[in-house]
Ligand binder design. Structure first.
Ligand code: LLP
Length: 419
């Protein structure tokens, strides 16, 4: 069920009018629907309810406390990539024994902190990280349960900047080198080999890459067991894509689950997943106001008050976000626009050659599917304030992050004593 719908021509999040929120918090702002968020989590969870499974929400997609807490209450664990994310997960009520620490360059401080709070699993990215973990765990007199993150050399067919499972990726250990590293792990003090992990990329819209990658990883599990290792858990990462426009139909969680369950039948592993985008992507929109319309000899621009600092995905990945009116205009005239923000960068473009209703200055528009990697990747470039985030539940809404004030923005800088 869709929870961003129109009532008498006005866009709503559940039962709350977007225009009302805009009046209250100003623009731009992110708006999330609790019902969508919870539904997405449940759909994924229910797809695996007949097998032992732990769903660790990938905090990087959206790390607002209110979002994490909503998911924590649904039983979610957390996939984290930094100490900051561990702290956010714990603060939102996710127990340490449901936290898996992925993350490409874990520092000594981060490893120490993760050991102190007692997370479930470290996903190892390199031999030196494994050695460092063993060393720190000995010092702290703790045992670290590990998976080695393997790279199965499968191309997920997604954007190059979010592909992680190929040989040239900086992530993981090449699957051919994994047996030797597991051997080493087993010999290191205070390390407990428990699991294998992989994550081949994000916004993957076909099942074949998953099928191919997981088959290779399952073969590895069997080889590792034959070599005497105990593999109790299998962490299959995140990456299942979402529809960003009406034409795309990525596999459903149920279809994805059917493939996974078929492959892992009789394996006797607890399955772990790290979905981010799938849970929160379509649960959020970015609302913005039209500042001006500008016609040049070459193009027509719609200038809006959100910029690439608020939602960087179009700039960084050429990502498509559907743009819809908050109030459906009376006249059904449409023209082709480039939708751009106010940031001083040529790349500050949300959409090129997009056929849209002819908006007027002051109109509100919404970028759909902005719940994942929107607010969490935002920044203050051009000294623009971080925008508010609003969570809707039924007929209620609540500001879950205030708009940053200019005072806060400037107070982050400190002057040296010679100035
Ligand atoms: N697990 C690991 C180890 C990951 O690296 C990622 C995403 C996930 C899980 C979650 O993947 P998801 O289910 O969300 O696809 N900023 C980019 C996406 C970067 C994804 C990074 N890793 C974007 O906006 O498209």
């Amino acid at each position: 069920m869709e929870h961003f719908t129109y009532a008498q021509g006005n866009l709503q999040a559940e039962d709350v009018s977007i225009a009302t929120i805009a009046e209250s918090v100003g623009t731009p702002f992110y708006c999330y629907s609790t019902a969508t968020l919870v539904r997405h989590f449940r759909v994924f969870k229910e797809a695996f309810q007949d097998v032992p499974a732990l769903i660790c929400y990938a905090l990087k997609a959206n790390s607002n406390q209110a979002i994490i807490k909503t998911l924590a209450k649904e039983g979610a664990g957390a996939d984290v990539v930094s100490e900051g994310e561990i702290r956010r997960a714990l603060a939102a009520g996710i127990p340490a024994n449901k936290i898996v620490f992925s993350g490409m360059g874990k520092t000594i401080q981060e490893i120490t902190y993760a050991l102190e709070v007692g997370i479930l699993q470290f996903n190892i990215e390199s031999e030196s990280e494994l050695e460092a973990l063993s060393h720190i765990a000995q010092r702290k007199n703790k045992t670290a349960e590990i998976a080695i993150r393997v790279t199965p050399d499968v191309d997920g067919g997604t954007h190059a900047k979010i592909t992680t499972g190929t040989k040239i990726s900086k992530f993981g250990i090449d699957i051919s080198q994994a047996p030797a590293l597991y051997q080493k792990a087993a010999s290191l003090p205070n390390i407990a080999v428990k699991s294998v992990s992989c994550h081949i990329g994000s916004q993957i819209t076909a099942l074949e890459p998953f099928q191919k990658a997981f088959s290779r990883v399952i073969d590895l599990v069997k080889d590792l067991r034959a070599a005497g290792h105990t593999i109790e858990r299998l962490d299959l990462g995140g990456g299942l894509g979402i529809p960003y426009d009406g034409d795309q139909t990525p596999p459903t969680p149920a279809e994805y689950a059917a493939v996974v369950k078929n492959l892992t039948r009789n394996l006797g592993c607890t399955l772990m997943f790290e979905p981010g985008r799938l849970i929160v992507g379509n649960a959020g929109i970015l609302v913005s106001r039209v500042i001006s319309l500008k016609k040049t000899p070459a193009r027509e621009f719609l200038v809006v008050d959100a910029g690439m600092n608020d939602l960087v995905r179009p700039t960084l990945y050429d990502a498509f976000h559907e743009i819809v009116p908050v109030k459906i205009p009376k006249a059904d005239t449409r023209r082709t626009f480039d939708v751009v923000g106010p940031v001083c960068e040529t790349g500050d473009v949300f959409a090129r050659d997009r056929v849209l209703p002819v908006f007027e200055t002051g109109d509100l528009i919404a970028f759909r599917s902005a719940g994942a990697y929107g607010a969490s990747m935002s920044n203050t470039y051009n000294s623009r304030q971080l925008v508010p985030e609003v969570l809707v539940k039924g007929g209620e809404f609540s500001v879950i992050r205030e708009r940053q004030t200019y005072e806060q923005l400037i107070a982050q800088d400190k002057l040296p004593n010679w100035l």
